[in-house]
Design a protein around this ligand. Structure first.
Ligand SMILES: [Mn+2]
Length: 483
């Protein structure tokens, strides 16, 4: 070894060599470090020397000890006698020694006193033990939970159904994908099932790009499954199925007691994907790129890219997934291009908006892509002060209407049902709904290529009025554009 690297290697001294000092000394010597040990107990020093350690007898509280430490870079003052430790620090700093000092305290008070004396690191043994006990508990608990989960999965004789929540978001879908992978690793086949619709363009991009196989509730026969799992469900209505729930995993406390055979609810993390990532780690699963990417997307979407309620557990889960994830695909999911038609529809809807209180109704004119309409309704919800949006437009001879609400007192599905249930077809639920109404119902006139525009303008007022009425606001005649 060259002289230079020797010179750059730190030298250590351990002051006070009880059980803690001894353990540290052995570790450092094992790493090939140059360690000097000082202790006032002669017998102990003798024993250390028998182990070929550089130990000397000295009372660390005495001033003369400082002379022995001049060539030492790092001092570990670890005796159980905290007064002696304080005296040692005092002597060293009084002599102007600028060594890096790690010192053992006995409680928070002495820890503060030592910090004031100018040490670099204070170790409070009770805090260290508490920390490591909590860590052990956490790993132990996860191990225990993972065994339970494995037991329920393994009890499957036919097939497992994993329910994502109604009109599932990325967190729910990713969690279902992960649970499906865990089941597959144990030789159990599982289907992912959902109700409602895959709402946002981003969510559809996510499902399509990863080729995630989702079945709707109508497509399955619930009797085919003997294990039922719900992931990310606490905030959504549970599926109306005639079966017991075996597995329930969520980051929200459920409103009712599900009494599942396996429950893991963790309000201290921000996504169900985070919880599933911990299980993937615990099961030591060979992490598939698609599963890793889906989970990473699930965590990011649920925490709005780590901007909302993010916890250390979410970040460590994301950090674990990161190297396994496919970042090109992730980028495609996160920035699905807004089609020119969507932009047009949105622009038209903004121009024609009619706002009453926090409710917005708009006519987007003529459309070809109905998805553009629901996206417009979603985007308009971001306008300041708006809690409910309804956008309608004409395609062929049908009026299509998409509505959204973030007002918890309003059930937008019920509003549309009220307004148009008798004359058209309404689907949806409290936050998200749509309707289809034959144009002729309003006019009694058959629609043709030539009269479409006239007809739409004729029915426009009728549709607006009906909507505002159903929303509980008076349409009040001539308010016109809210712009
Ligand atoms: Mn969630």
């Amino acid at each position: 070894m060259s002289g230079i690297s020797m010179a750059s290697m730190s030298t250590y001294a351990i002051l006070g060599c009880g059980s803690v000092g001894h353990a540290v000394a052995e570790e450092l010597v094992d790493e090939g470090k140059d360690v000097l040990i000082l202790d006032k107990d002669e017998g102990r020093v003798e024993a250390l020397r028998d182990q070929d350690l550089d130990a000397r007898t000295a009372d660390i509280a005495e001033e003369g000890v400082v002379d022995l430490l001049e060539d030492r870079d790092v001092l570990l003052i670890l005796s159980s006698d905290v007064e002696a430790n304080k005296a040692a620090v005092d002597n060293i700093r009084a002599r102007g020694g600028d060594q890096f000092i790690v010192v053992r305290a006995s409680d928070p008070v002495t820890a503060d006193e030592l910090t004031e004396l100018g040490v670099d690191v204070v170790i409070n043994p009770s805090a260290v033990i508490a920390d490591s006990a909590l860590r052990a508990l956490e790993t132990g608990e996860l191990e225990y939970k993972a065994e339970q989960l494995a037991g329920v999965i393994d009890s499957t004789e036919r097939r497992m159904a994993i329910f994502a929540h109604r009109s599932p978001d990325p967190d729910s879908i990713a969690s279902a994908v992960a649970l499906q992978a865990i089941a597959a690793s144990r030789g159990i086949e599982a289907d992912i099932v959902y109700e409602g619709e895959i709402g946002h363009q981003e969510n559809r991009a996510f499902v399509n790009l990863f080729g995630i196989d989702l079945l709707t509730l109508d497509e399955v026969e619930i009797d085919d499954y003997d294990t039922i799992a719900l992931v990310d469900h606490a905030k959504a209505s549970i599926p109306e199925i005639d079966a017991d729930i075996d597995i329930f995993i969520d980051h929200y406390e459920p409103e009712e007691d599900y009494d599942a055979r396996f429950m893991d609810v963790r309000p201290n993390v921000s996504s169900t994907s985070t919880i599933l990532t911990k299980y993937i780690q615990e099961f030591d699963l060979n992490l598939d790129e698609d599963v890793a990417t889906a989970l990473l997307y699930g965590i990011r979407a649920e925490t709005l890219d780590f901007k909302r309620d993010t916890t250390p557990a979410d970040l460590t889960a994301a950090a674990y997934l990161y190297p396994f994830a496919d970042h090109d695909t992730l980028e495609q999911v996160e920035s699905p291009s807004m089609s020119p038609e969507t932009l047009d529809v949105l622009a038209e809807a903004i121009r024609n908006r009619d706002v009453k209180g926090s409710h917005l109704v708009s006519n987007a004119g003529f459309i070809r892509d109905r998805d553009a309409l629901s996206q417009a309704a979603q985007h308009l919800l971001n306008l300041e002060g708006i809690t409910t949006t309804a956008v309608f437009a004409l395609a062929d001879d049908t009026i299509y209407l998409a509505a959204r609400s973030k007002d918890i007192r309003m059930n937008i599905g019920a509003v549309l049902e009220d307004a148009f249930g008798g004359i058209g077809e309404v689907v949806g639920h409290s936050t998200d709904a749509s309707a289809e109404i034959p144009l002729g119902i309003f006019t009694g006139i058959e629609t043709s290529e030539d009269n479409r525009e006239t007809l739409l303008s004729l029915v426009e007022e009728a549709v607006r009025t009906k909507l505002f009425e159903a929303m509980g606001v008076e349409s009040g005649g001539e308010s016109g554009n809210g712009s």
